[in-house]
Ligand binder design. Structure first.
Ligand code: XUL
Ligand code: CO
Length: 437
């Protein structure tokens, strides 16, 4: 029986003039944008952890949400209740996808065998629920960071038993993700980093991380999982130094490990800003290296220096990320996962809906703005023109096989090359961008 959201009906599109807070103002799933429906372009996902599992804790205070499935009862019964409510939520909010960690959906037992049994029991239930629901699985992932066994890392733990334990968890979770038709499998480092070099063998830890990723990729082929394997960069939190700091450090690591064609990136907005980058920088860096996999869509707070994981609510923050993604053909097998949580004072069942409606609407509104930007070509024409000399004589010469540093040197002397500074016109371009907001 699912009745936690019983006062809320399926959310439908009512248009920008509607005053109904439980309706979409911009997300009209069948509307065509850039040759696809909004639903196909945006591939929204609800995340299981923040939406149904996080009880509203912060470092100074306890649970505020007190959902019925969070009361102290048989943990497996609670997990079943949570699942019923989660599917009721998915069917009403109509994100096309959901995402989960193994430990969000099912409780740990007293040993791994029991934990696995609980997990498979819930996976069977999910499988049968998916048969009658339209929601699909965007990705699964294993939580190898919450339990104290992982306090010194998972695949980078000094203890190989911890490595093995995580490997077992990931195998089960990859099997389940494949069984449920998941489009991707995500690896977020969690505690793959270190607190102090005093007790850390960095070289060995990095080798072990590489070994773990090789095992994951081999297993993907062994079971014929045709989804993408994704690594999710994050600079700190929980550890001080994380090995997967940002897109650039993940890619450097993947290249060193020879896995750059096997693993792509799941880029999260608030992780990007914590690393001192913008969301669009991380995305464009990944696109430029053929490594964009999927997005965790949320936002931070400029006044708070930690991962606040709020729902996105500004076209200004999304327009450049979306412009680059959709100019590049879209998000592919990835999606837009709301790795976002409501504030701990937002304790009503409706608050979960307001948050997702707002997030979906702001993405839809941004997509419409981006469609105009792409079709107008004002920005892309500007950039093409800025670099056009690379298609001309000197640009081609620099790339010719026989060209050397010396021959370029000679050319500068012979042709009296004296570059004249050209304006980057930033303010002019910002004014163009503002037209679309
Ligand atoms: C943590 C985070 C994770 C990953 C999945 O900051 O973003 O929820 O997305 O493990
Ligand atoms: Co995330």
């Amino acid at each position: 029986m699912s009745d936690y959201f019983k006062n809320i009906n399926e959310i439908i599109y009512e248009g920008p003039d509607s005053d109904n807070p439980l309706s979409f103002k911009y997300y009209d799933e069948n509307r065509q944008v850039l040759g696809k429906t909004m639903k196909e372009n945006l591939r929204f996902a609800t995340c299981y952890w923040h939406t149904f599992t996080w009880p509203g804790l912060d470092p100074f205070g306890g649970a505020t949400f007190e959902r019925p499935w969070m009361s102290s009862g048989d943990p497996l019964k609670m997990a079943e209740m949570k699942l019923d409510e989660a599917f009721d939520f998915f069917n009403k909010i109509k994100t096309s996808f959901f995402c989960f960690h193994d430990r969000d959906i099912s409780p740990e037992g007293s040993n791994y065998k029991e934990t696995q049994k609980n997990f498979l029991y819930i996976i069977d239930l999910i499988q049968s629920k998916m048969e009658t629901s339209k929601v699909k699985l965007l990705w699964g992932t294993a939580n190898a960071f919450s339990h104290k066994r992982y306090m010194s890392g998972a695949s980078t733990n000094p203890d190989p038993e911890v490595f093995a334990y995580k490997a077992a968890q990931v195998k089960d979770c990859m099997d389940a993700t494949k069984r449920l038709g998941g489009s991707n499998y995500v690896l977020w480092g969690g505690r793959e980093g270190y607190e102090t070099i005093l007790n850390t063998n960095m070289g060995l830890e990095i080798d072990n991380l590489k070994r773990f990723l090789e095992l994951v990729v081999d297993y993907k082929y062994k079971i014929g999982f045709d989804g993408q394997i994704l690594l999710e960069p994050k600079p700190h939190e929980p550890t001080k130094h994380q090995y997967d700091f940002d897109s650039a450090s993940c890619l450097a690591f993947l290249r060193k490990a020879g896995l750059e064609n096997e693993i792509k990136l799941n880029i999260e907005a608030n992780h990007a800003t914590l690393s001192g980058h913008s969301f669009e920088h991380e995305i464009v860096y990944a696109i430029a290296n053929n490594a964009l996999g999927s997005l965790d869509i949320n936002r931070g707070d400029t006044l708070l220096g930690w991962d606040t994981d709020q729902f996105p609510n500004s076209v200004l923050e999304l327009i450049l990320p979306f412009y680059h993604i959709f100019s590049n053909g879209g998000i592919g097998k990835g999606g837009l996962n709301f790795d976002a949580k409501i504030r701990r004072q937002s304790i009503d069942p409706e608050d979960l809906f307001y948050a997702h409606i707002g997030g979906m609407d702001i993405c839809a509104k941004t997509l419409l703005a981006v469609e105009k930007m792409i079709n107008d070509k004002k920005l892309s024409d500007y950039v093409t023109k800025r670099y056009e000399d690379w298609q001309k004589d000197l640009g081609n010469y620099i790339y010719n096989k026989g060209t050397t540093l010396e021959s370029i040197h000679q050319k500068v002397l012979d042709e009296n090359i004296e570059p004249k500074p050209r304006s980057g016109n930033q303010e002019y371009l910002e004014n163009i961008l503002n037209k679309y907001l």
